[in-house]
Design a protein around this ligand. Structure first.
Ligand code: UDP
Ligand code: MG
Length: 296
């Protein structure tokens, strides 16, 4: 299997992109494992590490590795910006023909890179790494993730395959398209899928974190989910349009009812009818035009 990759490889380059936030406990085992795996790959290699404003000694460790091994490149953020900006920066720095974002904690098994390269050599531009099991994740994380991606795929025109994280191989031409996307709030799982191209999938069992703790709590994941839907679906805005129309129409009918009632049966509470109708009607109209305006 690996021989095949070596036979086909010319002077192409493989870039690994590694976002790192407070990963000092995992860095030694990460490089040990990855560099061993890459020994059997005959492409030129670069490992672009992004220190995402770590507060432990991640940066010092990375500097040490980058000094010893010229294949290791280092980008360092002034503060913690998050995994998505870290991957965006790494994409800008990467110069490879094939590009693979990979987590530092070895939950994305580096051994899979061989299989991905093989598929790439066969002519696939994107090779997704699909988790055949998510046993390492808690039941809450598993079910909320499944629920989110099914909702996302219903609401958005961009399809995200299920059980696929950021770990994947992308050809340079796919990366060039992604780099042109001007989004500031960058939901990378969506942006990675948006360009399309010929894709295939390889499967893996997601192991536990090699060292350290997850950097994503439920609050971060919730905000991540909102940013994904807001960036890739116009449905929330269209919902505003429909809701606005329904509220304005209902308040119009209600207005007619109150006016008729007042004309025939007199005033119950002075001012109530006119204020209610005006507030409801204007609220509906505002929602409607806000939806129309934002969706253009
Ligand atoms: N990460 C990052 N910035 C952050 C949070 C995470 O660069 O603000 C990196 C982290 O160091 C790791 C990867 O993103 O390499 C995935 O993070 P983690 O393993 O904590 O996520 P999980 O696997 O639990 O979803
Ligand atoms: Mg992890």
């Amino acid at each position: 299997m690996n021989n095949n990759v070596q036979k086909n490889s010319t002077n192409k380059k493989l870039s690994l992109l590694v976002p790192m936030y407070n990963e000092s406990s995992v860095i030694p085992v990460f490089f040990e494992t990855v560099l061993k795996v890459l020994e059997t790959v005959s492409y030129e290699i670069e490992i672009v590490c992004v220190n995402d404003g770590s507060t432990d000694n991640t940066l010092e460790l990375l500097k040490g590795y980058a000094e010893k091994d010229k294949r290791i490149k280092l980008v360092s953020f002034s503060r913690n910006f998050g995994k998505e900006p870290a991957m965006t920066a790494a994409l800008d720095f990467a110069t490879g023909d094939a590009i693979v974002p990979i987590d530092a904690d070895l939950q994305d098994p580096p051994e899979l890179i061989h299989e991905m390269l093989e598929e790439w050599e066969q002519g696939f531009d994107v090779v997704f790494a699909r988790r055949s099991s998510r046993d390492a994740d808690s039941i809450v994380k598993r079910s909320t993730a499944a629920w989110f991606y099914s909702l996302f795929n219903k609401m958005s025109d961009t399809y995200i395959p299920s059980n696929v994280g950021d770990y994947r191989l992308m050809d340079r031409k796919v990366v060039e398209v992604i780099k042109k996307l001007p989004e500031k709030d960058r939901f990378m799982k969506g942006l990675f899928c948006w360009p399309g191209f010929k894709s295939t999938t390889v499967e893996f069992e997601r192991p536990e974190r090699a060292e350290g703790e997850t950097k994503f709590n439920m609050w971060k994941l919730w905000n991540f989910a909102i940013s994904g839907i807001a960036s890739f679906s116009t449905m929330p805005i269209r919902l505003g349009i429909y809701l606005g129309l329904i509220i304005s129409a209902a308040s119009f009918v209600y207005g007619l009812f109150i006016i008729t009632k007042t004309l025939f049966m007199g005033v119950d509470v002075p001012g109530y009818a006119s204020i209610m109708v005006a507030v409801l009607f204007l609220g509906g109209i505002q929602l409607f035009f806000l939806g129309c305006w934002v969706s253009t």
